[in-house]
Ligand binder design. Structure first.
Ligand code: FAD
Length: 400
């Protein structure tokens, strides 16, 4: 690419999910012009709950979006851990004010659609960011005229736009990952998630304040308030051989009740509350695989989709966006080197947290003696010490 004119070219971001939108805002702050393309016709109300730990909130605070998110978020004071076999509480983990005081930023739970909408509103009102929906990014290649061109397909045409870099933020089934030599494809984990949200007044008041984590043989269940506390998000995770690439396959209530037939009545009542459930296959992308190639790099799930057992998928995409922008000041002279540096900085942390989530998948689903040992350790644990075990995850900030 000729150096002349490169600085004035836009950066194309493939995917206006949580990672792509955050990257657009962070890179725009560095002075770059951004074209943000998403293949979806509209960024509609899809998804359910996400956990935004302090490491993610630290980035969102730097981007001045935390205040706009606050009315949609909920800060649970604690996570209660229960036995899905006996129905008894095993332990509590301090969240709320304990985490805020310890790390300087809140621990929030939020509906994905609320987070995406607030980020999108901020992106569309930011000069220098153009959002193009119904536009699928295909590739990046040397332009026949000068520099690089990003190929895309929309409802009317196959086109291309000149750019200085392509950021692949296109999720677990990433198309842009195919550009990276020796890339690894997403792998099905053998586990699926059933998820639903239900108005808070349709469930017992006892679930309204805290987050809950229920552990059982080969399955577990998580619930927490979203939409500022007006709805309850419920995710039931089981080992099941079912593979699908969408986020919106419907499951009926009877199916979920059947899967959880041996669970305590309290939980079966909770499962019976939502009329419809969505089902999605849990997949991961090996975080130790390659993330960048020349003028393109991957962020978020495209680079390192992980099981949701540390609730860090969205947080890692948000962290990636901040580090990427720090590596790409407007004056950057060697973009491929800057993208390699981004990959070098991010990969160990993403791979480590992916590993923690993978280990939790086993621990959460223990049965027999290992489950008894796990439950005994949890019963003897102190709520603040349990929370402090995650200091290295929650205490991260972009300056590190
Ligand atoms: C519809 C949807 C619902 C979700 N619901 C939940 C949920 O309820 N709870 C939860 O914990 N996580 C959910 N997730 C996953 C969660 O958002 C991600 O794990 C996390 O936020 C990381 O985000 P990401 O930006 O890397 O990828 P994603 O959030 O997956 O975003 C990827 C985006 O890229 C777009 N895209 C894909 N291919 C292309 C292409 N070739 N060109 C242009 N655009 C492309 C997609 O339309 C999507 O908007 C959901 C993701 C999606 C896409």
């Amino acid at each position: 690419m000729s150096p002349t004119g490169e600085a004035s070219q836009p950066i194309v971001i493939a995917g206006a999910g949580i990672g792509g939108l955050t990257a657009a805002l962070a890179l725009q702050r560095q002075g770059h012009e951004i074209i943000l393309m998403d293949k979806a016709q509209e960024l509609s109300e899809v998804g359910a709950g996400l956990q935004l730990s302090p490491n993610a909130c630290s980035v969102l605070n730097d981007l001045d979006v935390l205040e706009a998110l606050e009315p949609h978020a909920y800060a649970p004071e604690r996570l209660r851990i229960w036995s899905g076999a006996s129905g008894q509480q095993l332990a509590q983990v301090s969240l709320g004010s304990f985490i805020k005081n310890r790390h300087g930023h809140p621990f929030w739970v939020i509906h994905r659609a609320d987070l995406q909408r607030v980020l999108l509103e901020r992106a569309t009102e930011s000069p220098g960011i153009t959002v193009q929906l119904s536009t699928e990014v295909q590739n990046i290649a040397a332009s026949p005229y000068d520099g690089l061109a990003c190929a895309f397909q929309n409802s009317e045409q196959t086109g291309s736009t000149n750019c200085k870099a392509l950021i692949g933020a296109d999720g677990v089934w990433s198309k842009t990952r195919q550009i990276v030599p020796s890339h690894e494809n997403a792998q099905f984990s053998g586990q699926v998630a059933y998820r639903a949200t239900v108005p808070m007044d349709q469930v017992s008041h006892k679930w309204a304040l805290d987050s809950g984590l229920w552990l059982q043989k080969n399955s577990h269940l998580v619930h927490y308030p979203v939409r500022g506390g007006r709805e309850l998000n419920i995710v039931a995770l089981v080992e099941e051989d079912w593979q699908d690439q969408t986020w919106s396959t419907k499951a009926d209530r009877e199916t979920v009740l059947h899967v959880f037939k041996e669970w305590p009545t309290d939980i079966r009542n909770l499962i019976a509350a939502p009329e419809t459930w969505l089902k999605w296959a849990l997949c991961s992308v090996n975080a130790s695989g390659p993330w960048s190639h020349g003028h393109m790099a991957l962020i978020g799930d495209a680079a390192h989709a992980m099981l949701p057992y540390m609730a860090q998928g969205a947080a890692m995409a948000i962290e990636d966006a901040a580090v990427l922008a720090n590596c790409l000041p407007l004056t950057v002279e060697n973009i491929p080197a800057a993208l390699r540096e981004y990959e070098r900085l991010r990969k160990p942390r993403a791979a480590r947290i992916q590993g923690v989530a993978q280990r939790n998948a086993q621990i959460f689903h223990f049965s027999g003696v290992p489950a008894f040992a796990r439950d005994t350790v949890l019963r003897l644990s102190n709520p603040e010490k349990l929370a402090a075990r995650f200091d290295d995850i929650y205490g991260w900030s972009p300056e590190q």
